[in-house]
Structures are given as structure tokens and as C-alpha cells.
Design a protein around this ligand. Structure first.
Ligand code: CAA
Length: 389
């Protein structure tokens, strides 16, 4: 890891990064392979991350958070993900998709009730937009929230919910007026203990296996109107606004995976010999190292730039969709590029479960898929640049 001269960090930022790195390397890296293999959720280390303030980094202290800035968040997330991307995504969803949306759109009562336990790390938060037949085309969801006096009755099947099997609270998006399509979607805050909230099928996954992912089924799940986040019909905009933040987090996660793959490759290239010389001395390996390094440096600048755009928006209110989508797109493709190159540099050992390199390869792939596929990022970016809708 280098402090790029183009992006000097303050002493405080360096301290946060170093604290996260020490914790990640000492507490997470040693258990990552075991939890990847078993697919168990790493409750103990996630709790410790909560105690250290990592589960609500930007949330003000009055709501149980650490009260830091966006750059602190991505620096910490990058280090956690470098040790294990599964811990990274739990942290990212908790901070970005869950806490941020309530902080931005919630009432004072909602912030007290729904952010405080999650930002402090005592509870886990989740976000649920996707359905079995509605992924990239998020506005075509079928789940229904029907008003009944002072309550809403929620019904539907949600899928691919990160932390679904363990989350205590969830932000969920449902149709309140299907005729209005995207403008008929509303957002709700649900306590997982509410009757009719069912944690359903756990997804068997290729990578980030220690993070739990599942379907959530809502069967006449009755919640008070006070749990609606924003106004009726504002749900889609809330979902998209929150994803702009989430995508910076996934970009930071991807950057962490890329760095882990890169550092393993450099060490191996200096040590492994073939045909009487270190494999790093072969141009075929050296050029791979050069391409990995170049992409990582570019991805880091884009992620930090997006983080600073988000930070500025706290006062200006300006959108940072373009910075977020370009950074997520580039960082996730960098993670895949670096993990692919790392397996190749390691040869047979890259394919072996004795080293973490094959895990980086499996973990990298999801960053090109969730929180908007690379194709969706290209759609968002091109529409913005061409002035299209
Ligand atoms: N911020 C604020 N508002 C936004 C916005 C943004 N980033 N993006 C769109 N909007 C607004 C638009 O301005 C528009 O509002 P008006 O009609 O008032 O102007 C409204 O939302 C509809 O926008 P579009 O017409 O662009 O909507 P669309 O149906 O064409 O969809 C899309 C756009 C980009 C394809 C969007 O559906 C999308 O991002 N899809 C991907 C969904 C996704 O990322 N899913 C991942 C879910 S989370 C996850 O992965 C699981 C997990 O737990 C990690």
C-alpha cells in the first residue's frame, strides 16, 4: 500500500487507515479462509468492528456512530476488504445502504430508533430492492405495501439481501401504487422481529461466502405508517440516491481485493523461481505487475475522488452519481483484472485453497454484479454524458 503523492492523506486519515489495517490483518485475515470455507457468518469479528466504530463511520455520535467523514469510511473499508471482502460487504451495506438512507431521509424518531443500534454495531442492517424477477430493472418490482389505517401491510418476495439471514433491521422497497411504476414505489423500515417477516432461502455463493445472503419473504407483515421512509412514491429516488453512496463502498471493497491480489503477486514474483530465475524477472510477469499497479492507482484516485464528492454534497446537496458510478465500474473491473492476473502469476498455487489468491478471484467477481452491474454503471454514465434518460 502506498500513499500516492497525488492524494496526500491527513494524519487523522492515516491513523484511521492504519487502525483498520492492523485490526483487519490481525483479527480478520487469519480467520478469513475458515469462514469462507464454512460459509458461517463471522459474528464475533463483525461485533468487534462495531465496537471500533466501523459499522457507522459517518453517522453522527448522537446516533451511535463514529462521526467521521467519507474518506475515513473508504480508507477503513479498503483495509477491511483487503483482509476479507465478505467482512467488507457487511460493513459497506451497514454504513451505506442502511445507515446513510435513514440519515438522509429519515425523521428524528426513525434515526433514533433505526440507526442507533445498527451504527453502534449492536445490530446489523440490510437493504432490499431486488426481487427474483426484478434486478437491474429495479422499478419493475412486484412486492406490495397496502395502506390500512395507521399501518401498511407488506407482502412479497425479496432476493439477494446482503446480511438477510442475520439482519435485525431492513430498509425495504415496495410498490404502493403499481400504476405509477417507479413513482409508485415507497421505502419502509422493518424490524426483523415483526410477525410476517420471514428469513428465507440462504444463497449458496461463489464468493464472499462468509457474508450471509438470502431471500426475505413478507407475509402480511404489518408495520406502522411511522416506519415509512420519506413520502409515498419517493422510494425509487431514495433507492437510487442510496445506491450512489453504496457504489462508492463497493468500489472501496473492490480496491481492497485488488490490492490484496497485487501484494500477493509481487511477493510471489520475487520469490518463485523458474528456468533459473525469479519469475518477476520475466517480462510476462513484470508487465502484469505493472498493469495491476497502474489500474490500482487509478482506481484509488477515483474512489477517493468519489468519497470527496460525497463529502462535499453534505453541504451542497449536489449529486455525485457520475463520480460514484465511474469509480465503482473501474474499481470492480480492476479487482477482477488483478485477481485474474494473480492466479496466473501463482500458477498451480493460485488455484489452490492453500493460498488466499483463489478466494480473491471468487470474491472479485461479485463487485462487477451487485449494487448495479458493470453494464448498469455504463448505462448510468452514458445516459448522464449524452443527456439521455
Ligand atoms: N439519484 C437520484 N435520483 C435518481 C437517480 C439517482 N442516482 N437515478 C435515477 N433517479 C431518478 C430519476 O431522476 C427519475 O426521476 P424523475 O422521473 O422524477 O426525473 C427516476 O429516478 C427514474 O429514473 P430512470 O428513468 O433513470 O429509471 P430507470 O427505470 O430507467 O432505471 C437504472 C435506472 C439506472 C437502470 C436503475 O434501475 C438501476 O440503478 N438499476 C440497478 C439496480 C441495482 O443497482 N440493484 C442492486 C440492488 S442492491 C444489491 O446489490 C444487494 C445488496 O444487498 C448489496
Amino acid at each position: 500500500m502506498s500513499d500516492t503523492a497525488l492524494f496526500p492523506l491527513s494524519d487523522e486519515h492515516k491513523m484511521i487507515r492504519d487502525t483498520a489495517r492492523d485490526f483487519a490483518q490481525n483479527e480478520i485475515a487469519p480467520i478469513a479462509a475458515e469462514f469462507d470455507e464454512s460459509g458461517e457468518f463471522p459474528h464475533a469479528t463483525i461485533k468487534k468492528m462495531g465496537a471500533m466504530g466501523f459499522m457507522g463511520i459517518e453517522v453522527p455520535e448522537q446516533y451511535g456512530g463514529a462521526g467521521m467523514d467519507t474518506l475515513s469510511y473508504v480508507l477503513a473499508l479498503e483495509e477491511i476488504s483487503k483482509a476479507d471482502a465478505a467482512h467488507g460487504v457487511v460493513m459497506s451495506v451497514n454504513n451505506s445502504l442502511y445507515c446513510h438512507g435513514i440519515l438522509k431521509f429519515g425523521t428524528e424518531e426513525q434515526k433514533q430508533k433505526f440507526i442507533t443500534p445498527v451504527a453502534s454495531g449492536k445490530s446489523v442492517g440490510a437493504y432490499s430492492l431486488t426481487e427474483p424477477m426484478s434486478g437491474s430493472d429495479a422499478s419493475t418490482m412486484k412486492s406490495r405495501a397496502t395502506r390500512d389505517g395507521d399501518f401498511y401491510i407488506l407482502n412479497g418476495r425479496k432476493s439477494w439481501v446482503t446480511s438477510g439471514p442475520v439482519a435485525d433491521y431492513i430498509v425495504v422497497f415496495m410498490m404502493t401504487d403499481p400504476a405509477k411504476k417507479a413513482k409508485g414505489i415507497s421505502a419502509f423500515l422493518v424490524d426483523a422481529k415483526t410477525p410476517g417477516y420471514v428469513r428465507a432461502k440462504k444463497e449458496p455463493k461463489l464468493g464472499i461466502r462468509a457474508s450471509a445472503t438470502s431471500e426475505i419473504i413478507f407475509e402480511d407483515c404489518k408495520i406502522p405508517v411511522a416506519n415509512r421512509l420519506g413520502e409515498e412514491g419517493e422510494g425509487f429516488k431514495i433507492a437510487m440516491t442510496v445506491l450512489d453512496v453504496g457504489r462508492i463502498g463497493i468500489g472501496a471493497q473492490a480496491l481492497g481485493i485488488a490490492e490484496a491480489a497485487y501484494e500477493a503477486s509481487v511477493a510471489y514474483a520475487k520469490e518463485r523461481e523458474a528456468f533459473g530465475q525469479k519469475i518477476g524477472e520475466f517480462q510476462g510477469t513484470g508487465f502484469k505487475i505493472a498493469d495491476m499497479k497502474t489500474r490500482i492507482e487509478a482506481a484509488r484516485l477515483m474512489i477517493y475522488n468519489a468519497a470527496m464528492a460525497k463529502e462535499r454534497s453534505k453541504t451542497t446537496g449536489e449529486r455525485f452519481t457520475l463520480q460514484s458510478s465511474t469509480a465503482k465500474l473501474f474499481a470492480s473491473e480492476t479487482a477482477m483484472f488483478c485477481a485474474h492476473a494473480a492466479v496466473q502469476i501463482h500458477g498451480g498455487m493460485g488455484y489452490s485453497k492453500e493460498l488466499p489468491v483463489e478466494r480473491y478471484f471468487r470474491d472479485a467477481k461479485i463487485t462487477e454484479i451487485y449494487e448495479g452491474t458493470s453494464e448498469i454503471q455504463r448505462l448510468v454514465i452514458s445516459r448522464a454524458e449524452l443527456g439521455l434518460r
